[in-house]
Design a protein. Structure first.
Length: 65
């Protein structure tokens, strides 16, 4: 198995690119209004679901010998 990375940005968040997408959508909402940011948020929902599934899979794999 490959050890999980816990250095750099991964030390604080498991998915720094996903965090960037969320922060970008928030910035878009502030800059352009909520109606412009709504499509970005809707596109990001499947990504948020994938992050949860992946986190559970990694946790289960990390606990296994």
């Amino acid at each position: 198995t490959v050890p999980l990375t816990s250095a750099g940005p991964y030390r604080y968040v498991a998915h720094p690119s996903e965090l960037g997408l969320v922060l970008g959508a928030c910035g878009l909402a502030v800059a352009c209004g909520v109606t412009v940011a709504l499509p970005a948020v809707l596109v990001g929902l499947p990504s948020a679901f994938r992050v949860g599934v992946e986190a559970r899979a990694l946790s289960a794999g990390a606990a296994a010998p």
